[in-house]
Design a protein around this ligand. Structure first.
Ligand code: BES
Ligand code: MN
Ligand code: ZN
Length: 490
């Protein structure tokens, strides 16, 4: 589906379906306006609803959808507006239309500014038609829409046109991240993630990629990641992507890439294991971002590190009570093999500390069920040792409707991770504050002078049910926020 932005034409709209919010029917061509006004006149209840009208071909359109936002009015934030756009996409789908025009409400243009309004609308429309069908042999996709035109009074200004283009690029990044998560773990193996990274680097100017296997991991002393990987029949991969910008600043992204988290010997029970192909969502977000970095050409340099491995039980698997040595020399007692993400990230962070010079380090990980208990399935947790970085990410996340909430790196709990036999244990002693314990564990490997944020995306990385903006499955959480963060860095 192509998304373009156009100025409101006089008279003829020429699309199969026209979407108009109730406050904007006055801006429609005269012959459509009367049909829309008839629908508006019946709006007495103040309910939020959609009215679908067959126009008989007025203004070149077969269908008109009038959207009534209801008593609360048009949404005030990005998340609300994107959801509203996605909702109308469902209405469009019901008409079976191939081409649509969407009259951008004047109030939304005023509220967000034309550029932002176009950007949000274009991203939302493209995300709403996302489907994952490579393994469906029957039936057809839900959306047949091939073109979606966003109409506003003046679509000529360069920033507005650029916003529509950027939005398409951002949506593509999210869609790739969703695809990677949605593929089963038998397809999206560590090696496959590495080849996705290599393909990205081969196709994008300014992006390079380096992939390390078990031999190099051994040479680097990455005993923590190797410990988790040893139970699997397939090899781990440590992936490094680099994008060279014009500035001196470097942002480092680290992604948890557990392609399947069975829990290992501390095996997950039924009910908790079925969706664990999603445990590489942090890695998927980074690959989604890198797939479009050259097109966005930010000034800042970006390095992405992905620690990719399965977490499996077997006769070779790491066992509770075993001790592994991370790349920075610290020993870790693995008391629960299901707390594997933090163990592989210990090596990724240590690798970064030794080999990557960066101004800030941001890791993304489906790290703890405890974070889902704390914040629910839609909100990610952020932990940071730097208030400015946390504030920036919180505001960028709000700008893009990716709910994020700060949780404390509570030093008073650090005794939780004391081990009787090693430098640190991979789980807390009590069952409380699990998301904090996970973050505190990672902090052990982050050098004190490193500006760092940890995003626990265990909740929002994977949608358990369909929503207008995202069907069941991988959501691509974090792609939009981090792209905004990268684009705003000097
Ligand atoms: N991958 C899981 C966390 C997770 C839970 C991701 C739900 C997505 C949805 C992680 O590796 C894990 O198993 N964490 C354990 C940690 C515990 C053993 C300390 C958990 O949260 O139960
Ligand atoms: Mn686990
Ligand atoms: Zn995991």
């Amino acid at each position: 589906m192509t998304v373009t932005v156009k100025s409101v034409p006089q008279g003829f709209l020429g699309a199969t379906v026209v979407v108009c919010f109730s406050g904007d029917v006055g801006r429609l061509p005269a012959d459509l306006r009367s049909a829309a006004e008839a629908a508006t006149a019946s709006d007495t209840a103040g309910e939020s609803r959609r009215v679908v009208i067959h126009t008989g071909g007025k203004a070149g359109a077969a269908w008109l959808i009038v959207v009534f936002p209801g008593k609360t009015g048009l949404p005030r934030d990005a998340e609300g507006w994107m959801a509203a756009v996605a909702g109308t996409m469902a209405g469009i789908r019901d008409t079976g239309s191939k081409t649509a025009v969407f009259l951008l409400p004047a109030e939304i243009v005023t509220r967000f500014g034309a550029t932002r309004a176009v950007e949000l609308t274009a991203v939302a429309s493209r995300l709403a038609v996302y489907e994952f069908r490579p393994h469906k042999t029957k039936g057809e996709g839900r959306s047949v829409l091939t073109s979606f035109d966003i109409l506003l009074d003046d679509a000529k200004p360069k920033p507005v046109i650029r916003a529509a283009e950027t939005a398409g690029i951002i949506a593509d990044a999210v869609r790739l991240a969703r695809d990677l998560v949605n593929e089963p773990s038998s397809v999206m193996t560590p090696d496959r993630l590495a080849s996705v990274a290599e393909t990205i680097a081969a196709g994008e100017t300014g992006v390079t990629c380096q992939v390390m296997g078990p031999t190099q991991l051994k040479r680097e002393g990455m005993g923590a990641m190797l410990g988790i990987a040893q139970g699997s029949d397939i090899e781990p991969r440590f992936i490094k992507l680099s994008y060279k910008g014009r500035s001196k600043k470097t942002i480092l992204l680290i992604g948890k890439g557990i392609t399947f988290d069975s829990g290992g010997i501390s095996l997950k029970p039924t009910g908790h294991i079925e969706t664990m192909k999603c445990d590489m969502a942090g890695a998927a977000t980074i690959l989604g971002i890198f797939s479009v970095l050259a097109k966005l050409s930010p000034a800042v340099n970006v390095v992405g590190l992905i620690a990719a491995t399965e977490n499996m039980p077997s006769g070779h698997a790491v066992k509770p009570g075993d001790i592994v040595t991370a790349m920075n020399g610290m020993t870790i007692e693995i008391l629960n093999t299901d707390a594997e993400g933090r163990v592989v990230l210990a090596d990724a962070i240590s690798y970064a500390a030794r080999h990557v010079k960066a101004d800030e380090m941001i890791d993304l990980a489906t790290l703890t069920g405890a974070c889902v208990v704390a914040l629910g399935e839609e909100i990610a947790g952020i932990f940071s040792n730097n208030d400015a970085l946390a504030a920036a990410l919180l505001s960028e996340a709000a700008d893009w409707g990716e709910p994020l909430w700060r949780l404390p790196l509570a030093d008073q709990y650090k005794d939780e991770l004391k081990s009787n036999v090693a430098d640190v244990s991979n789980v807390g002693k009590s069952r409380y504050g699990g998301a904090i314990n996970g973050a505190l564990f990672l902090k052990e490997f982050v050098p004190d002078d490193t500006t760092w944020a940890h995003l626990d995306i265990a909740g929002p990385a994977f949608a358990e049910k369909d929503t207008p903006l995202c069907p069941y499955g991988g959501t691509g959480y974090g792609v939009r926020t981090l792209i905004a963060h990268i684009l705003s860095a000097a």
